[in-house]
Write a protein of this length. Structure first.
Length: 190
């Protein structure tokens, strides 16, 4: 039996214009911890594999597999679904999910679109995703936080979402052969 739902293999992490090499390294470590293997960087300020591996130990394969792109459109061209992350109230009429709701949604989209990828899009550390990048998203993921300090570090946000994806993927694998796993605490049914 597989230890996790193979839909997880189709999930791509896209960092749009990341500014801090330490944050890139921290996201790579998070990916390693939670079974995510595809990182795409769009216009990174820096990418130094040697320094990244010094920060994110035991992640050489992920670092070597990291792909860099000159534009967001190119980075998500093969993605059937793109969910952006935002802590700001810029939602409008678009789909907005908490990480626990987004996890089954992403895995279902991956299974429904074989050969395609599904993307989690994170913006630059200073201001998050600009409006033009949000325009490429099919929906948003927001992480509920205390109003006195609502902004999360890039790697912290990636950790919360990756953790929920891993929980959902391993729960689905554990129930393989049985009826599909029920949504976790109010997760969106698709």
């Amino acid at each position: 039996m597989d230890p996790y739902d193979k839909g997880l293999d189709s999930v791509v992490i896209v960092l749009y214009q990341p500014q801090d090499l330490v944050n890139v390294a921290s996201v790579i470590r998070v990916m390693s911890n939670f079974g995510l293997a595809q990182l795409r960087l769009v216009e990174p300020a820096a990418f130094d594999p040697y320094r990244i591996e010094g920060i994110a130990h035991h992640t050489r394969e992920l670092i070597e597999a990291t792909r860099r792109f000159p534009s967001l459109d190119e980075a998500v061209a093969d993605c059937a679904l793109v969910l952006g992350t935002s802590g700001k109230d810029r939602h409008g009429e678009r789909l907005v999910l908490a990480p626990r709701q987004a996890a089954p949604y992403l895995l279902d989209a991956a299974r429904a679109n074989p050969g395609s990828r599904v993307a989690l899009l994170f913006g630059p550390e200073q201001d998050g995703l600009p409006n033009e990048a949000l325009g490429r998203c099919h929906g948003l993921i927001t992480i509920p936080t205390h109003p006195n300090n609502p902004s999360l570090n890039l790697a912290q946000a990636a950790l919360v979402i990756a953790y929920e994806l891993w929980l959902q993927a391993t729960a689905r694998a554990a129930s393989a052969g049985a009826a599909p796993a029920p949504p976790v605490d109010g997760a969106l049914a698709t």
